[in-house]
Design a binder for this molecule. Structure first.
Ligand code: GLV
Ligand code: MN
Ligand code: MN
Length: 413
């Protein structure tokens, strides 16, 4: 058959996404499928059953990464890999991550029903805990697979209730027996929603990111002195929450003051004992800094560190700064990005060169194998929210772009 004319089944892709969206569905139309939760487990079971229907060989590694291998005409050749993640943010959307797992599944269903057997094997992957919102850091399992993070350290990460990631993985039945370590990959493609406004604003259907920004995560712990709010004078208080508030404002001001391309965010805060009539004596908050320029992000944090030490001193609130996680910016393989631009042109999809501000497992895979990502528009540029939306036509377009990128890479000898 003429492979250039091959297209995925958009209706079937939509159905898969809709079935997955039922697992952990939230009342406002999103999903909550936190890493290693019961919902994550149920969605994995469904994914595995779908892989088995198309004769994929399924393996689960020690970090719970699920691989489905569609055999190539020449099994000895290094496979082409494609995937993303099944887990979601708390009150997250129906497309982040899961599109990049259902997309390659739809590609393999299309190959399977048409009896297409590419030269190289094609492997789909669901990477465990990409989001990092239940267990920090993000992209932890692709990080272990790539040799950048330690397996035991990953197992020992705890959630807000002190539950260990490794124990939860075991509980849901996905602590696999295969070692979590990399193997040679010919090319890696990750299909994903853009999670920003540019594709929609410019009328493009496909985004071809040149890479992913660096991500630096910090955890800040402040100690105050608790006391009754009524009788305690305003002077001489050691209010950990007020100190944290001033620090948060400093984080907000950081990108503009550094004068480069950078974003900085405080997204999580825990206040103790969190009672309206007790002066807070403990605060824990997180900082997320991203830039294409790793050094700029590091310099920014050093500036912020000085500011935070000053604020802590002023309030008499001891501070502990934890450098939780760093991943360098990931410049993707130019040949694969170029291939996507060509596929976009051949399929008639307007395609835009861009950069990814969101973190992705592709960052770690890129450290070992030629990698690229395929973006499709996010309606209103919204994501990590229940109203996250991408049109079904654009999901289909993204899967078609993935199909032809995979076919071209898998036909290389
Ligand atoms: C992952 O979703 C991230 O960009 O934080
Ligand atoms: Mn994602
Ligand atoms: Mn996400």
């Amino acid at each position: 058959m003429d492979l250039d004319k091959l297209r995925v089944n958009g209706g079937r892709l939509r159905h898969s996404l809709e079935e997955m969206a039922k697992i952990g569905a939230t009342p406002a139309g999103g999903v909550q499928r936190l890493a290693c939760s019961d919902e994550d487990g149920r969605a994995r079971d469904l994914f595995v059953s779908w892989l088995e229907e198309i004769d994929c060989t399924v393996t689960v590694d020690a970090m719970g990464n699920i691989f489905g291998r569609y055999e190539g005409a020449n099994p000895a050749l290094d496979p082409v890999l494609s995937g993303s993640h099944i887990d979601s943010q708390p009150k997250g959307g129906r497309f982040d991550g899961i599109l990049g797992v259902m997309g390659p599944l739809e590609v393999l269903r299309t190959l399977h029903e048409n009896g297409v057997r590419p030269e190289r094997p094609i492997v789909i992957v669901d990477w465990t805990n990409e989001e990092g919102s239940r267990f920090a850091p993000a992209m932890v399992a692709s990080g272990v697979w790539a040799g950048a993070l330690d397996l035991q350290w990953a197992y020992d990460r705890t959630d807000i209730n002190g539950i260990k990631q490794g124990d939860e993985l075991e509980r849901i039945g996905y602590k696999g027996s295969v070692p979590c370590e990399s193997w040679p990959v010919h090319a890696y493609y990750e299909l994903h929603i853009e999670q920003g406004p540019r594709l929609e604003a410019t009328g493009n259907i496909i985004g071809a990111p040149k890479g992913v920004l660096c991500l630096h995560w910090y955890d800040i712990h402040l100690e105050g002195q608790a006391n009754q709010v009524g009788p305690t004078p305003m002077e001489g208080r050691h209010d950990a929450l007020v100190a944290a508030a001033e620090m948060i404002v400093a984080v907000r001001a950081l990108p503009a003051s550094m004068g480069g391309n950078m974003v900085a965010t405080v997204g999580e805060i825990h206040n103790y004992p969190n009672s309206r009539n007790i002066i807070p004596d403990g605060v824990h908050f997180t900082i997320d800094i991203r830039s294409w320029d790793d050094q700029l992000a590091l310099d920014a944090f050093e500036k912020l560190r000085g500011q935070m030490l000053g604020i802590a001193e002023e309030h008499g609130c001891p501070i502990r700064i934890e450098e939780t996680w760093k991943v360098e910016h990931a410049p993707f393989d130019r040949g694969l990005v170029q291939r996507l631009l060509e596929v976009g042109r051949d399929l008639g999809y307007p395609t835009l060169r861009m950069v990814s501000g969101a973190g992705h497992d592709a960052s770690y895979v890129n450290q070992l194998a030629p990698s690229a990502m395929i973006f499709v528009p996010s309606i209103g540029g919204r994501s990590h929210v229940e109203v996250e939306e991408t049109s079904w036509e654009d999901c289909e377009a993204g899967a078609n772009a993935l199909l032809h990128c995979l076919l071209r890479s898998a036909s290389e000898g």
